[in-house]
Design a protein around this ligand. Sequence first.
Ligand code: ARG
Length: 460
Amino acid sequence: MEKKLWGGRFSEGTDAFVEEFTESVSFDRELALYDIKGSIAHAKMLGKQGIIPEEDAQKIIDGLEEIEREIREGRFRWKKELEDVHMNIEKALIEKIGEIGGKLHTGRSRNDQVITAFRLYLKEQTQDIINLIEELKKALLQKAKETVDIVMPAYTHLQRAQPVRLAHYFLAYLELYNRDQERFKDTLKRLDQMPLGSGALAGVDFPIDREFTAKELGFVEVMRNSMDATASRDVVIEFLSDGAICMANLSRQAEDLIIWNSTEFSFVELPDKLTTGSSIMPQKKNPDVLELIRGKTGRVYGSLVALLTVVKGLPMAYNRDLQEDKEPVFDTVKTLKGSIIGMTKIVEGLKPIKENMEKGAGGFALATDLANYLVRKGMPFRQAHHVVGQVVGYLAGQNRELENITLEELKRFSDLFDEDALSLLNPYQVADARKSFGGTGREQVLEQIRFWEGKLYGNG
Ligand code: ARG
């Protein structure tokens, strides 16, 4: 049985069930290196301020650095009886350098210690995620550049609506993921505030120097209120919420590509190395990466709801419930990073099947433009809509497409139709007529590509 660091006032050992139930080291050891970083900065500050002798501070730092090496090399022995990552490291330090190690916790509480390590971890993860989204944005821009001259049917209600250039679709997702990235950047500002030096909740009665530790740890600001600093997890929830929104976007694009990859659509081909086979049906090439991006979205939403629920109704300030903030975050980090990497690979590797997209972009997807033709000749839009609706009904009844209607037939519906109405029935021309800012016309698409070239590579 390990002696507890807080065992002073207890007359009997902890029940084995309680040890098992309350431990967090099995998962919070993920924070080990951040915890050590925080402790080294704290020890340095204690020495500099004369709160502990400088040579003791140095021994503590040396000991912590040795523990860090042991952890990195997988030699460190974690003990559940020591509860969490913080107690494991502190106990190991005392074992290594003797009683002096017990001076490390001067002017500090696990309550400010844990959230300091967690914020250091979250800052690093958030920056990683921002970088991964940057790669996804670049992949989308590259695909957009390659697909300016492919036209496809765009859908509303999953019904063919109007032709767009395929590049326009990729640029749409570039916009979405750019906003995801901005949300993470914004969260990073609020993560960059240091709780250390708040003690258990009320501050510290030693002459500590918080500006110094903040600088050592690379935080831009020191948190102003010790109760807020130790009790709040809103920024962690914000991170999970950024992740949930990003997963929603990834999941939605995954769904598009799953449909496009089906035999029925056959709009894209996915590279063999990013798909998997079926154990029973030899013909299958399954989009499992996309399906798992879509599927794993559920657990990320779950994590957000879990932590929102943990903090709801917690009295000020720290409560042990807050230990439940970690697993949802670790799981979200792993899932989100994997999903962004997966989507980047898919976007880079997918091959559009131009003929099938073009075929789908013609036909009744051109009906709006036929109506607009009549509008340009003076017919009110509602009436034009009705006339073209009749044309569509007439052709559909004969199993014919819009492109093979004759002028003579058109004139039966309205004498405003002329020869030029027939030449309009081409998806490229129809797409390019959408010259409004943000539309799918070729010039507009090229302008947006130039915009993103400038943003992502600084040369546009
Ligand atoms: N493992 C704890 C957590 O994650 C550390 C803080 C414990 N503080 C305490 N007063 N028991 O929240």
